[in-house]
Write a protein that binds this ligand. Structure first.
Ligand SMILES: Cc1ncc(COP(=O)(O)O)c(C=O)c1O
Length: 336
């Protein structure tokens, strides 16, 4: 496998901590396995999160191709967009972010940080409008003399997913130190790059765990199919002889709730539980739903209590702030 030869621009503070969540285990009681939190909310790039690991590979490629501007897209509270803006600031490129306001456009959280990081932000009303702008923005920038490097939503292309292949090596070393062989690793899944990288890494490095993605939008069937294709393409890029099918790409869509960017009652419960037991802060759109899924599995006895599990905390903290009071109430709506 050619992982070590793929150029990487260092942006992260790694390894991120792997911590045992003993207070959470105590609240869950006898049904609880040993729970470890892999703190990728602490990757260290402008408030951290999973995208930093992808951006290390993507920006190295952008620099190699002589890019002058990083372009990406997402919702207004996109963590990926904020970290792309941070990456551009560090390497001295411009950043153009095309963001849809389907869940509001309050100048808070990630959007505020995008502006502070000096990104050029174009806010459009919805996802369709965003796609339309993305189709022409490359040409527009080229016509004005720029060399754009377009990063698809979430950085979920094979080169971005490589960041999570490498992360498997990191966590396996940490698990060895604490003599653990967890049966599952849970993560939030959306544009699928994180889970694709983890799935390839788990295969390449013979990890003991199955990667369990928790959807934050979409259906499990569709996500598994698209995710398996991305995993196979990532393996190809690494010259790893492996093919993945939807059966190898486990996604649970029971905790999507009212949809992307909308809080769910179970997610809010997970946010409060992790805050008061571990002082770990989850976000309503991604990590809260993933944690809600893991908690439901534990409470239903789906995991052997003699075993260990890992929850990958993928970040999202800055998007907590626009929610305000809504975080303290059981609501199914986005912040106004
Ligand atoms: C906090 C957080 N967690 C999880 C994800 C999902 O990662 P992926 O898009 O690679 O599936 C994202 C993506 O935007 C995110 O911002």
């Amino acid at each position: 496998m050619r992982l070590a030869t793929i150029p990487r621009y260092p942006l992260t503070t790694i390894p991120t901590p792997l911590i045992r969540a003993r207070n959470l285990e105590a609240v869950l009681g006898r049904a609880s396995p040993r729970i470890y939190l892999k703190r990728d909310d602490l990757t260290g790039l402008a408030f951290g999160g999973n995208k930093a690991r992808k951006l290390e590979y993507l920006v190295a490629d952008a620099l190699a191709t002589g890019a002058t501007v990083l372009v990406t897209e997402g919702a207004v509270q996109s963590n990926h967009a904020r970290m792309t803006a941070a990456t551009a600031a560090i390497v001295g490129l411009r950043a153009v972010l095309v963001l849809d306001a389907r869940n509001g456009d309050a100048l808070a959280g990630n959007l505020l940080l995008d502006r502070l990081l000096a990104a050029e932000v174009r806010v459009v009303p919805d996802k369709e409008a965003r796609e339309a702008v993305m189709q022409r923005i490359g040409d527009e920038l080229e016509a004005s003399g720029e060399r754009p490097y377009v990063i698809p939503a979430g950085g979920s292309v094979p080169l971005g997913a490589v960041g999570y292949v490498a992360m498997v090596q990191e966590i396996l070393a940490q698990l060895l130190e604490v003599s653990e062989a967890p049966s599952r690793l849970y993560c939030a899944t959306s544009s699928l790059g994180t889970q694709a990288g983890l799935t390839v890494g788990a295969c390449a490095f013979s990890a003991p765990f199955v990667v369990q993605g928790m959807a934050v939008e979409g259906s499990a069937q569709e996500l598994s199919e698209v995710g398996a294709l991305l995993a196979t393409a990532t393996a190809d890029l690494l010259q790893l002889d492996a093919t993945f099918t939807s059966r190898d790409f486990r996604v649970d869509d029971r905790f999507v709730g009212a949809g992307y960017g909308k809080a769910s009652a179970e997610g809010l419960e997970a946010i409060r539980l992790l805050a008061r037991t571990e002082a770990v802060l989850l976000d309503p759109a991604y990590t809260a739903k993933a944690m809600a899924g893991m908690l439901a599995d534990i409470r239903a006895g789906a995991i052997d209590p003699h075993n260990a599990v890992v929850f990958l905390h993928t970040g999202g903290g800055p998007s907590l702030f626009p929610w305000g009071q809504a975080l303290l109430e059981p609501v199914d709506t986005a912040p106004s």
